[in-house]
Design a protein around this ligand. Structure first.
Ligand code: ATP
Length: 457
């Protein structure tokens, strides 16, 4: 079975995980709304991250910084100057393209342009006569840089002084708050500050469904450590991220590490590894893990005039900590888990069932309570209510039991609980397992214990 892009996207839309944004007005391109199952899947991903990266790690804490930050932050971080895409217009058909993407697509990914200058990209495109992907002509304007930050104004005046930006990453919140967190929580190195939140980038080439959008959520952690120990923490976090994905059912065949070559590395980074996923169109970045050295804290110290130094209580040394950063997008993980979970199975009777094999931790609905007949509705509703205190459960009494199982398979509900005559007599129900379709009889209490066990993470 081939998991085509079209199949995955239409399944996400048909089952109500994702809708086109502003749909009744013809949409707003590349914006997506998440329906109830989508929200639940996203929440489960975020909770699983928060649990393993923060809650279970005695070193790490979480913050929520404001999306709107003092513009000086972006001056210090380099985003005002350097956060831009190299754009070229096709003179013939007037379409706009990213020069690096033209080269990467033309060479089928064999050439990557990270670290290339504007001139190098222009020369490569000229020498190889790379054609416009829309009209096939080779007639491009020179490259212009386009800043990816969304601008807006604070207050009533719309002038340069009131210009502010929507944050393009959550990371700067952790750098700016480093000292406050360290002091208020008496943190000793090494420790991490994590954050989950929205980021905005005015991407030139959004697309591939929710893979690249202009508004997305990130889960980032800045792990502060003593210079030198970053050489150990970098591989530690690299492995930690991959293990996290695998423990939630990610298919190892569709995942790989890709180390950035020295030419690709950002000038401040000692090492960067992407965890890539084999999306329906090919390998793409899922998670970036970078050794950012002391670059960001030094920049903020220089720009703000506030010391970012740490006084080591053991050695009395003063230094600016190094930082290892694992940064991932929630929607990319969503897409990845959604694609991995998708399956079409041919049953013994020849029917095909679409089933989402989500890890129970991620499944948006944990269990569905299904009264076999209308008359079992009352007792079934009681069971639904009891279970809903602990879990996200669904209730469905419409259509044949087979159809109802199928609907739950399609959204990846791991357990279906059928209520029948016997339930009224002895309080037992039938539990049906999504993946094997096997059925067992047990009490509601046993069902509750089983679900709790399966979603323990
Ligand atoms: P890309 O090369 O795909 O543009 P990036 O290297 O600019 O990504 P980072 O700045 O490292 O990305 O951001 C960290 C993570 O945030 C990425 O690995 C990705 O999961 C997510 N992310 C970044 N940009 C977007 C976007 N436009 N839409 C959705 N997720 C994004």
């Amino acid at each position: 079975m081939e998991k085509t892009f079209e199949k995955i996207v239409s399944h996400a839309k048909n089952t109500g995980f994702v809708f086109q944004g502003s749909e009744i007005y013809g949409g707003l391109s590349n914006t997506w709304d998440f329906g109830p199952y989508g929200v639940s899947l996203k929440d489960n991903i975020k909770r699983a991250w928060q649990k393993k990266f923060i809650q279970e790690d005695p070193n790490n804490v979480e913050i929520q910084a404001a999306i709107l930050m003092n513009p000086k932050v972006w001056e210090a971080s380099g985003h005002l100057k350097g956060f831009s895409d190299p754009l070229m217009d096709c003179r013939n058909c007037k379409t706009r393209h990213r020069a690096d993407q033209l080269i990467e697509a033309y060479t089928e990914g064999k050439v990557t342009c990270e670290g290339w200058s504007k001139e190098e990209m222009e020369n490569y495109i000229r020498e190889n006569k790379i054609p416009c992907p829309d009209c096939g002509k080779h007639d491009f304007t020179p490259i212009r840089q386009f800043n990816l930050m969304f601008k807006t104004f604070q207050g009533t005046l719309e002038d340069a002084k009131s210009t502010i930006y929507l944050r393009p990453e959550t990371a700067q919140g952790m750098f700016v708050d480093f000292k406050s967190v360290q002091r208020a929580y008496r943190k000793k190195l090494p420790f991490g500050i994590g954050q989950i939140g929205k980021s905005f980038r005015n991407e030139i080439t959004p697309g591939n469904f929710i893979f690249r959008t202009r508004e997305f959520q990130q889960m980032e952690m800045e792990f502060f450590c003593k210079p030198g120990t970053d050489d150990d923490w970098f591989p530690y976090w690299r492995k930690f991220c991959m293990d996290w994905i695998l423990s939630l059912g990610g298919n190892p065949e569709n995942l790989r590490f890709r180390d950035h070559t020295p030419e690709e590395l950002s000038f401040y980074s000692k090492g960067t590894t992407d965890i890539e996923y084999k999306f329906p169109w090919g390998w793409g970045e899922l998670w970036g893990i970078a050794d950012r050295t002391d670059y960001d804290l030094t920049q903020h110290q220089n720009t703000s005039g506030v010391s970012m130094e740490y006084l080591d209580p053991y050695t009395n040394e003063k230094y600016i900590p190094y930082v290892v950063e694992p940064a991932v997008g929630v929607e990319r993980l969503f897409f990845m888990f959604f694609t991995d979970a998708y399956d079409e199975e041919t049953l013994e009777n020849g029917d095909v069932r679409v089933v989402m094999h989500f890890h129970p931790v991620l499944a948006p609905v944990k269990a569905a309570v299904l009264p076999l007949r209308k008359k079992h509705g009352e007792i079934a509703e009681k069971i639904r209510h009891e279970l809903s205190i602990d879990f996200n459960v669904a209730y469905d009494e419409a259509g044949s039991i087979g159809k109802r199982y199928r609907r739950m398979d399609e959204i990846g509900t791991p357990f279906c609980i059928t209520v029948d005559d016997q339930t009224e007599q002895d309080g037992t129900v039938t539990i049906r397992y999504r993946d094997t379709m096997a059925q067992e009889r047990m009490t509601v209490e046993e069902v509750r214990a089983k679900i709790a066990q399966e979603i323990r993470f």
